[in-house]
Design a protein around this ligand. Structure first.
Ligand SMILES: [Zn+2]
Length: 749
């Protein structure tokens, strides 16, 4: 039964729902036990009732076994006596005593019933949990390279209760003492450093120091014959990797460790709070389902994201740095202060992603981090948000078992994008001070979005600038969709005589959004008699049509762009005058503005406000010049040209333009000075080759008669070539396919 109002952030409608909680859930926790998972009512009731939780856990890890035996001593205080559900599923409880008395070991819908006392309680349980190559909270990984085996845990969002009995909700933080019996040649990495290790002939017993209070989903361990790469510098984390990949890891470790140490230093300063836990390790896990997972004191990282399986490009290194920054940020934002419930997942993920780029922009100014943000983060968000299937950022999660459905582009892409807008609205100082306040007030505890709103408002007030963050959140967090922004303007005698911003709801729901954006007008000194600076103007507005009086009388620009520096979120179009000024007026000195103007032109194409043929001609004529920019831009521009040719122009236009497009990418894949650009041009050429000359070149590439300097074709590259030949119905495609099948045994088709 939906107790919570749809599309409602708890904080914003707390008064409306509180009586419902009290009425429905007072004084009973067992009544909800029959429901599988952890329902919101069960979580609320337990969080109200329980305190001072402490888990002592022992596991026995044996290679090649599909189960893990464990014992647990859990102590907690209960405000009241009576039935209490603890979560455990998938395993078997062998014995259980509560306060010295045996209790039933039977599980009901993933819960064990505890007849708890008021006051202090002690639960002692022996259990057997499952471990498997997939689908379990404890994963066994067998290394095909050397036959060794590794175990790792992944509990987010509520799978700790597949590994051991626990109150599996983020706001019942507890301290953990872990000890593990394992083969003598294995290492075990946990949330804290090991304190003792007793070695027997066949096994070792490793015990870890007690953790600070942490949520169950952030508790973790991994074990196996890991190789460790320790840095000489104490500020750098130890990197663990499976033994068979040691050589690859040795090449990458120095950069990875250095960037992580820089991330720790940056966030310690930015949050005004030193690293919150006793140690920090990085563990590379093969086949890890996410890029990374921010367990307290030990981030697990997907091995391929760090070691690269093919020749890395500049973009690959950039994204690896962003991943390291993102995960390191979580040690504060997520681990030190944890969301009370998974409906605030967007906040921790959006925040870590946004702040990772913010840190990168400061640590590596030459990386053009905000340009990457525009290219990597925003398209997926806009791509979903302009469709009727989109959702608001805030998603009500009635039961933690459904929390995995909240993961997606709206959380990982739109949330960071609107946090960038919030940062611009508040200003850097109020934004940072609000975060500092929030982390200080809720350290080693949990909090929710309303607490962060409050912290931002307090920080703003202290600086003398009150901001209504609640209204902002109502529009951006609770509502789905986005605005389309257009501008009309006119000049008289070289001065702006009128300038109006217009917004409309892309999904035609009639919504208006509060926005803080920067107008940019290129005045181009070359047309003026004396040097002039461009027009830049901040505009805060929320109406459908907004007259920008501050612009009146300013020098008439060559073109206007309404989302300078990409602070706003939405579709920002070029007016016809500005459109016709492109691309000769596109500045080369500002990479972000450069790619955004091309993006705005492409939006005009998609909305039939610019002829696709005109766009293709513009892009083609600028391609050689634009290659001074990075591979990301070429990749995106190439994709637009392919889409334009294949979906937007007539057959006759396609026949006319295809040879030019093909030749441009073919030339660039062999001649460009940069390997990354050659690779990106090669991939685009593979997708675009369709004239009679194209297939010949594809076949020459397969035969090794045509070579992209520095690129060794991997199986997937080869199959893409074959796939394009088949798509074009090339007469030799079937024989080429058969030959490739004979040749390739990697299974990477
Ligand atoms: Zn994250």
């Amino acid at each position: 039964m939906p107790i919570y109002l749809a599309n409602c952030i708890r904080s914003l409608c707390a008064t409306a729902i509180l009586p419902a909680i009290l009425f429905t859930f007072s004084n009973t926790t067992k009544a909800h036990a029959a429901e599988a998972g952890v329902s919101r009512p069960l979580a609320v009731a337990r969080a109200t009732r329980l305190a001072n939780l402490r888990y002592q856990l022992s596991f026995i890890l044996k290679p090649h076994e599909s189960s893990v035996a464990g014992t647990e001593t859990l102590t907690f205080e209960s405000k009241s006596a009576g039935d209490l559900s603890i979560d455990y599923r998938d395993g078997v409880v062998q014995s259980a005593t509560l306060n010295g008395h045996s209790i039933s070991t039977s599980l009901e819908n993933g819960h064990l019933n505890l007849p708890a006392l008021a006051g202090q309680n002690t639960l002692i349980v022996a259990f057997i949990s499952n471990a498997a190559p997939a689908g379990k909270a404890i994963t066994r990984y067998e290394d095909k390279d050397d036959g060794s085996e590794y175990f790792y845990t992944l509990f987010v969002p509520m799978d700790a209760s597949m590994a051991f009995p626990c109150f599996d909700q983020p706001d019942l933080k507890a301290t953990f003492i872990l000890d593990i019996e394992h083969p003598a040649n294995w290492s075990v990495i946990g949330n804290t450093a090991p304190v003792t290790a007793s070695v027997n002939v066949k096994s070792t017993h490793t015990q870890f120091a007690e953790t600070r209070p942490i949520s169950t989903y952030l508790f973790s361990f991994t074990a196996g014959p890991f190789a460790s790469l320790r840095s000489q510098k104490t500020s750098e984390p130890t990197l663990y990797v499976r033994s068979s990949q040691l050589a690859r890891a040795q090449q990458e470790a120095p950069q990875v460790q250095r960037m992580t140490a820089r991330a720790i230093a940056y966030f310690s300063s930015y949050f005004s709070q030193s690293f919150p836990f006793s140690k920090y390790d990085l563990v590379l896990i093969p086949g890890f389902p996410f890029g990374g997972m921010e367990h307290v004191g030990a981030t697990f990282l997907n091995e391929d994201s760090i070691l690269f399986r093919s020749t890395p490009t500049a973009s690959d290194y950039f994204h690896r740095d962003i991943l390291l920054l993102h995960e390191t940020c979580h040690q504060w934002f997520g681990d030190l202060v944890t969301m009370r419930w998974f409906d605030d997942l967007w906040l921790k993920e959006g925040f870590a992603q946004y702040v990772a780029y913010k840190a990168m922009a400061e640590l590596e100014p030459r990386s053009n981090a905000w340009k990457h943000f525009y290219e990597d983060i925003k398209p997926a968000a806009y791509g979903i948000d302009e469709t009727q299937g989109t959702t608001p950022i805030f998603r009500n999660i009635p039961n933690l078992k459904d929390a995995k459905s909240a993961y997606g582009a709206i959380v990982y892409r739109k949330a960071p994008a609107v946090l960038k807008q919030l940062n611009y609205l508040l200003g850097d100082q109020a934004f940072r001070n609000g975060l500092r306040l929030y982390l200080k007030d809720h350290a080693y505890a949990t909090a929710e979005w309303s607490d962060l709103i409050h912290a931002f408002e307090v920080a703003g007030d202290r600086l003398g600038h009150h901001h209504d963050v609640q209204s902002w959140a109502a529009a951006w967090i609770l509502r789905r969709g986005m605005p389309q922004v257009e501008v009309t303007w006119s000049c008289k005698q070289g001065r702006i005589a009128g300038l109006t911003l217009h917004q409309e709801d892309v999904l035609k729901q009639g919504f208006l959004w509060p926005m803080s954006i920067q107008l940019f007008g290129e005045t181009q000194a070359k047309f003026a008699s004396a040097p002039v600076s461009p027009l830049t103007l901040r505009v805060d507005w929320s109406d459908a049509n907004h007259v920008v009086t501050e612009a009146l009388g300013r020098q008439c620009p060559v073109y206007l762009f309404t989302n300078f520096n990409d602070e706003g979120y939405g579709r920002f179009l070029l007016d016809p005058v500005s459109q016709s000024a492109m691309p000769s007026a596109v500045p080369n000195h500002d990479p972000l503005l450069h790619v955004m103007l091309w993006g705005a032109l492409w939006d005009d194409v998609r909305l039939a406000k610019l002829k696709p043929r005109s766009f293709l001609n513009l892009a083609l004529s600028n391609l050689p010049e634009d290659e001074q920019f990075d591979e990301a831009f070429i990749r995106i521009q190439g994709a637009r040209m392919v889409k334009g040719l294949h979906s937007y122009v007539s057959t006759s236009t396609r026949n006319l333009l295809a040879p030019r497009v093909e030749k441009a990418f073919s030339d660039a894949m062999t001649n460009n000075h940069d390997l990354g650009l050659r690779i990106v041009n090669f991939r685009t050429f593979t997708a675009v080759a369709e004239t009679p000359a194209g297939p010949q070149q594809l076949k020459q590439l397969l035969a090794g008669k045509l070579v992209v300097p520095g690129l060794i074709l991997r199986p997937l590259d080869r199959w893409n070539l074959v796939g394009q030949l088949i798509a074009m119905d090339d007469p030799e495609s079937q024989s080429v396919y058969a030959a490739e099948k004979e040749h390739d045994h990697s299974g990477e088709t």
